[in-house]
Design a protein around this ligand. Sequence first.
Ligand SMILES: *Cc1c(COP(=O)(O)O)cnc(C)c1O
Length: 381
Amino acid sequence: MRSEFLPFSRPQISEADIAAVGEVLRSGWITTGTKNAEFEQKFSEYTGAQQSVALASATAGMHLLLHALGIGAGDEVITPSMTWVSTVNLIKLCGATPVFVDVDKDTLMTDATRIAEKLTTRTRLIIPVHFAGAAVDMQPIRELAATKNIALAEDAAHAAGTTYHGDPIGKHGTAIFSFHPIKNMTTGEGGMFCSDDAELAARIRRLKFHGLGVDAFDRQMQGRSPQAEVLEPAYKYNLTDIAAVLGSRQLANLDQFNQRRTVLAQHYHQLLADVPEVQPLRVPNYEMQHAWHLFIVRLDIDKVGFSRDEFMQRLKARNIGTGLHFKAVHSQKYYLETMGAQDLPNTEWNSARICSLPLFPEMSLADVEDVVATIKEVLTA
Ligand SMILES: *Cc1c(COP(=O)(O)O)cnc(C)c1O
């Protein structure tokens, strides 16, 4: 057994990252300012996005998007139940109705055919989720949304560095990234709203800081200029410069991080090939580059005779951490009680069987070997 606990995720922070943050802390300007502008600029360069707006979280970006689109009572928003709770919570909180769409059994991603079946005259927005670092097959979904004149926003929380048909996620349409500590790059907490709709991005920029039409930095630089007035009531979702400088540094290393994740994922695939009780997700066969945000396996609970939760506990007892991405949103207390049972067979099948194995750039190949050896041990224990 390992003597040290192996967490399922760990942010990769270098001494140079810490030094850059220290420099901002000493500079006299720590909230939204030049470091935010630099981070947004670099993120646009990396993704090819026309507009990037740095925010306090991806959840904040989703909230501002729903507000900007004026989504509320009587409106429907289509999204998978196999997602993080934040999206669905916000749809609920703005008074709209979440409409859950099922996912592919082996990629955990939805598609245009499944989404088309959920469209009604009330559908206002579709939020597909790029899952685990793979790309959703966006082209058919883009065509569907354009034909029906319905807004489309990609949940790109897992997709920093993912490409689709050769283009980075974020280049086309609207995509929202997360920089929570478990994601492929982190700012502690943070997010980025990317869009090729300049008007929408400008609105998000205004909504992120009290609806003033300027941010804290502009206010400082311009003094109490007349334009610092409320143009519309809004929120307080700006990112600090302390976080933004870390974001720029992490972004510069993102490809390197993701290459390392890819090597580790390949090692998992090789070693797990002879462990039929745990099945990794399938990598989609359309053209994309995987960012390997998560390495998810499905436990054959019928064959092994114990639950996924038991599997996770047994691994933890042997110093291997795991994660659960995700427990289907519709199966969680509030949604089960208010919305009732849903017909989402692939989502439910996976929700009972999925488990995220340790995967982060600082891991060694020996760590991967430890995880697989321990899995074999708990399967026979
Ligand atoms: C992490 C995550 C979010 C939320 O990101 P925050 O920055 O924590 O708000 C949204 N969707 C998915 C799929 C996520 O994994």
